[in-house]
Design a protein around this ligand. Structure first.
Ligand SMILES: C[S@@+](CC[C@H](N)C(=O)[O-])C[C@H]1O[C@@H](n2cnc3c(N)ncnc32)[C@H](O)[C@@H]1O
Length: 178
């Protein structure tokens, strides 16, 4: 490979990441270890199935699957480069309870499970609320890092000790003010 072809390859990959970040209005910024530990601490003990809406490079989904082998974890990511890397990392992690899907969580026709975790962008939280309100069962839990779902009533608003973000906790069925 020549220097020029390496440069073209790197620029193409960066451009692909940027195009999807603009299209999805969300950059693939991973949750770091301390933040992941805080999120995992709020996943209820009786959870059987969990989705990470926008699983990025796989950091959070892989960590939850590792710490909670009793939970079937599904990460959903549309941006192709982070998704491809997350698939490779998942193979290396070897967790039988982890599935990664390339798709748009807004249109994917599947049950999100008992818990949804997300770390997205304020511009898309309204869409996220619409999807979750339609698809999740009463009693299931949403844990949103950093951004509240507009019009929803959180039962928990927890400042994270690992940074300045908050975790917003919602229970479906009680997520709308009476
Ligand atoms: C900030 S990253 C969070 C990654 C991971 N959840 C974590 O906490 O480490 C948000 C990811 O959501 C993805 N995303 C945004 N909108 C999406 C959509 N509609 N469908 C699938 N993925 C989406 C972005 O591509 C990005 O990788």
């Amino acid at each position: 490979m020549t220097d020029l072809s390496i440069l073209v390859f790197v620029v193409s990959i960066a451009a692909l990441i940027a195009v999807y970040a603009i299209r999805l209005k969300a950059v693939p910024m991973p949750s770091l270890a301390a933040a992941r530990a805080e999120i995992i601490a709020y996943v209820p003990g009786d959870t059987k199935t969990l989705s990470d809406f926008g699983s990025g490079w796989g950091d959070l989904a892989i960590d939850i699957a590792r710490h909670r082998p009793d939970i079937n974890v599904t990460g959903i990511e549309l941006s192709p480069v982070p998704y491809a890397i997350s698939r490779m990392r998942a193979i290396l992690a070897g967790r039988p309870n982890l599935t990664l899907i390339r798709g748009d969580f807004r249109t994917l026709d599947r049950d999100p499970g008992d818990v949804v975790v997300c770390f997205l962008d304020p511009r898309i939280m309204g869409d996220v609320g619409d999807v979750l309100g339609q698809r999740m069962r009463a009693g299931s839990i949403v844990i949103s890092r950093a951004f509240a779902i507009p019009g929803w009533q959180a039962f928990g608003d927890v400042p994270m000790t690992s940074g300045s973000d908050h975790l917003y906790l919602y229970r479906i069925g009680r997520h709308k003010a009476a």
